[in-house]
Design a protein around this ligand. Sequence first.
Ligand code: SAM
Length: 613
Amino acid sequence: MEPAELAWRDGVPESTRFGDVYFSRDNGLAETRHVFIDQNHLPDRFAGLAPGQPFVIAETGFGTGLNFLAAWAEWLRHRPANDPGTLHFVSVERYPLTHRDLKKALSYWPELQSQAEELLAQYPPLIQGVHRLVLAGGRVRLTLYFGDVLEAWDELEFHADAWFLDGFAPSLNPDMWLTDAITRIRAHSKPGTTLATFTAVGRIRRALAEAGFAMQKVPGFGRKREMLTGQLPPAGHEQAEKTGAIAIIGAGIAGTLLARNLAERGRQVHLIDQGDAPGNAASGNPQGALYVKLGVEYNAQTELAATALSFSQRFYQPWQGQFWHPTGLLQLAATEQEADRQRRFLARNQYPAEVLTPVSSLQASELAGLPVEHSGLWFPRSGWLEPAKACENLAVHPGITRHTGFQVTGIHQESGQWRLTNNSGQELRATTLVIAAGHQSAELLDATGELRLKSIRGQISGLPAEDFNLPQTVICGTRYLNPAMGPRAVTGATFDLRNDNPEETLESHQENLDELVNLLPSIRKESLPDPQSLAGRVAFRCASHDYLPVADVFTDDTGKDIDRLFLFTGLGSKGLAWAPLLAEYLADRLTNQPASLPHRLSKRLSSARLYRK
Ligand code: SAM
């Protein structure tokens, strides 16, 4: 993204590109409160919401985020601290401020300091597309689109309760105020939606009125005599949101993240697993790397992976010291083929340094704390997780009822409810059902062999820390290796197609060891331990034919979407990176809240694509 070009006069940022100020020279915060907060009647509307009810504000022009922070502060003022309702703020920005400029601009508002600090800590890399920020423990969600306003409204899925139209003066920035943009604003509005804007230009008033808003001129802020407000006709009767219980089959990283997300949004969740604790299958390893492979081409697949990676890094931040260890990660160019791929990748793409930087073998050695023979890519914000512990921690919430040792053998749809049964005669009922059962998902859907999902055996090996020189960062190449966790470091995993052996094998340990020593000869101390002495673990990942996950309503083999049945699987060996964003996206859909992914990307996650054509 091209960042904003700013000039600072008396501490107020001005865009040199547009020749206009970001906020009033008189008092930007007072202007925001008058124009956007009060004229949309937000204090009263927030106070009058039912428990758990979300509210959606959409804005044209994120700029310094002042309007956003002011709305956030207002939300906290009027909503009870334990209310699960979320304030959604959807905003678009074509020329985002750099982190440094944002920090400077927001230092102006001491009363918004705590919000500003949180925003700055989570501010996404300047990469085109959609970034979802979950703030204030989930009480506030920002969907920030970096790109042009028309694209944003074409790609995003949401319906607003209130609009902040704040895109510089129409004379200086006509693009923001095109009739096409106004038509889209209308399309993204709920019945009864209100809008406010600082401008009182006649052309804008007429265009908004034409789109269906009842427009009014009201006194402006400070020296501005007038501004505009508008409202759409309210609905006759609003359809109540379906709020029944949600059952999730599978308590791996996907299922537990989704359960937690929904519970935090006030939903009642049944988290079901045949095992005796969450995270006992593919998500049960003691260590796992937070890792994606970014493609040479910046296509939809790469954008999805990059978005998921940066979301997961933000998401795990609060869990640092518990199950998240952001040590950084090196992706080594360990083979000639990978070296060539990385060269082409670097020639085509310019990622912000906070996402990744190329490093020489010398730099890689310094970062890893041991000699490394290959150059590579350095992901400073990645690291490793304790996946089993993550699942266990995430599954603890008053809104989640855990049903461990419950092996679902029957799924029935009866009078608008799902009824799940097991062989011990127990049953569970829920309005919505999500299948997040990894490689066993197809079987549960009675679609074995129909869906292009495969199971891939992976065996990890635990290396005794005393026998090896271990790195201080995660290393990925033909194998991955984590820094030591206590007396051991996990390496792996094998990638065994068409192998359903659930037992550890000597052969797999030997393979892990050989590959690792080949990748990083310097880890070897003296003699290598006997592979027979290594402790490991076998699990089965689930991957789709195109190696993209599935996070969607379930479509049956006739092409029909099954109402309130969802599939969340196919995360392959990148589940730790995919799951936080996809759980957020599915929770958005299940609760009918603004989507954290644009349609262009979410359609890649469809279940319909799993059928052979
Ligand atoms: N609401 C902001 C705040 O609270 O700081 C101030 C917004 S400023 C007046 C207008 C913003 O619109 C600028 O940041 C500008 O880069 C952005 N912008 C201008 N044209 C745009 C376009 N076509 N698409 C998206 N954003 C645009």
